[in-house]
Design a protein around this ligand. Structure first.
Ligand SMILES: Nc1ncnc2c1ncn2[C@@H]1O[C@H](COP(=O)(O)OP(=O)(O)OP(=O)(O)O)[C@@H](O)[C@H]1O
Ligand SMILES: [Mg+2]
Length: 400
């Protein structure tokens, strides 16, 4: 995002302006252009404001703040609202999101404000702005972004991402795989590619990001799949910010039919940004009680973020393993049936070691057929190519 970003800060007497100022980012391109000291939406300064983002600072329970949020949501569509709240009972959080807030964060009581709170607020502002800046324009043909998620390590996210991507690319569909496991990503190696260029190299290359430049940093697989590899070393991960990832998606989805994102087993800022930008989610779970419980938690988190459950597909990996869990157990833990069942297969471990996904090396295997079905499921889905429209909800970060 170029240039300065203007924020309109609106607060009332219960939250003093100096305390709010302490919470906001310093030395950032996000600046408070105007401060209004009443939450009354019909206030002239609020009505006149052309700010890029609204920051509402209020006490929990403030009805006036809810009215203001609702007014801004309808009068300034596409301009995000971030709420800073003194006290955050769950009930009020819910009401603020329902009114149209994009994010709600708890304020520190002051007078000192922790660095961590400041960072969370800056991140929330950037995230809300990145989300609106990556919204597609009407007349451009945009690709679908599929975020492969699974809140536990070693359950088959990378195996699924690689096989799904190669299955799509083999069908002649323009596909790019982005490895968002920034510390320990292994997509390139799983595909037998040498990661000569990575997202770290791209992030530190400087200058503006466009299709031609990005292309030079993508690896090419024999199937035609392009890959943006993860940084070579964990210490390089910090250079690849969530905002940068949002920009990368913005460029990639103009060039490709499918952007597949492989993720680490946690909701990192990059992952949250990707969920926001995605058109669908592929949730990977494994057939054991702990893993299924985590999958359920992951789905609940998506729900909290306002993600449309109709856009979530569930892959149950190692689904044939005999571990004493029945289909009925799976249904009762997950609350719905998985869309695709991938069996356990020794060739999968071998395929990872040899860098050749089963959809190529073991095409007739049941596992390969399952990944092909997954590609068909996403490839033929009549889903919108708009990113998931959030219903004004966000992840809630509490006080530290
Ligand atoms: N269906 C399967 N059958 C046999 N082995 C499998 C299967 N799925 C995954 N594996 C094995 O499990 C290992 C871990 O899978 P994978 O790397 O895809 O997990 P992950 O969820 O990406 O883990 P992490 O969160 O650590 O990145 C693979 O290297 C492979 O050996
Ligand atoms: Mg992985």
């Amino acid at each position: 995002m170029q240039g300065m970003i203007n924020a309109l800060l609106v607060h009332d007497e219960s939250v003093p302006a100096p305390l709010v100022a302490e919470h906001l980012p310093e030395e950032s391109e996000i600046r408070v252009a105007e401060v209004v000291d009443t939450l009354y939406p019909a206030n002239d300064a609020v009505k006149r404001s052309d700010a890029d983002v609204l920051v509402v600072a209020c006490q929990e329970g403030s009805e006036a703040a809810l009215n203001l949020i609702g007014w801004w949501r309808s009068a300034r569509p596409g301009r995000p609202i971030v709420v800073l709240c003194l006290g955050t009972s769950n009930g009020y959080v819910e009401e603020a999101f329902n009114a149209g807030a994009d994010d709600l964060l708890a304020m520190d009581e002051g007078p000192l404000v922790s660095d961590s709170t400041k960072q969370h607020i800056e991140f929330a502002l950037r995230k809300a702005l990145a989300r609106t800046s990556t919204l597609p324009e009407q007349n451009v043909d945009y690709g679908k972004i599929i975020c492969v998620l699974g809140p536990k390590g070693g359950i088959g996210k990378t195996v699924t991402s690689c096989n799904l991507s190669v299955a799509l690319a083999t069908r002649g569909i323009r596909t790019v795989l982005v490895d968002l496991d920034l510390q320990f990503g292994d997509c390139a190696l799983s595909l037998g590619l040498t990661p000569d260029t990575t997202s770290f190299d791209l992030a530190i290359s400087g200058g503006s990001l466009d299709a031609e430049k990005l292309d030079a940093f993508l690896l090419t697989h024999s199937s035609g799949l392009r890959v943006l590899a993860a940084p070579a070393r964990p210490d390089q991960a910090a250079s690849v910010s969530a905002e940068f990832i949002a920009d990368v998606f913005g460029v990639l989805r103009e060039q490709f039919d499918f952007v597949i994102a492989d993720t680490p087993p946690s909701f990192t800022p990059e992952v949250i940004t990707t969920i926001d930008a995605s058109t669908a989610i592929c949730m990977v779970g494994m057939l054991d009680a702990l893993s299924l419980k985590n999958t359920r938690l992951g789905m609940e988190t998506l729900d909290l973020m306002g993600y449309d459950p109709g856009r979530v597909r569930i892959v149950l990996n190692r689904a044939n393993t005999s571990v004493g869990i029945t289909r009925a157990d799976v249904l009762s833990i997950l609350g719905r049936n998985p869309d695709i069942l991938v069996p356990s297969h020794r060739d999968i471990a071998r395929s990872v070691n040899e860098g050749s996904p089963v959809v190529i090396s073991q095409r007739r295997s049941e596992a390969a057929r399952a990944f092909e079905s997954l590609a068909t499921l996403f490839g033929s889905a009549a889903e919108s190519e708009e990113p998931n429209p959030r219903k004004g909800r966000g992840l809630i970060r509490g006080r530290n």
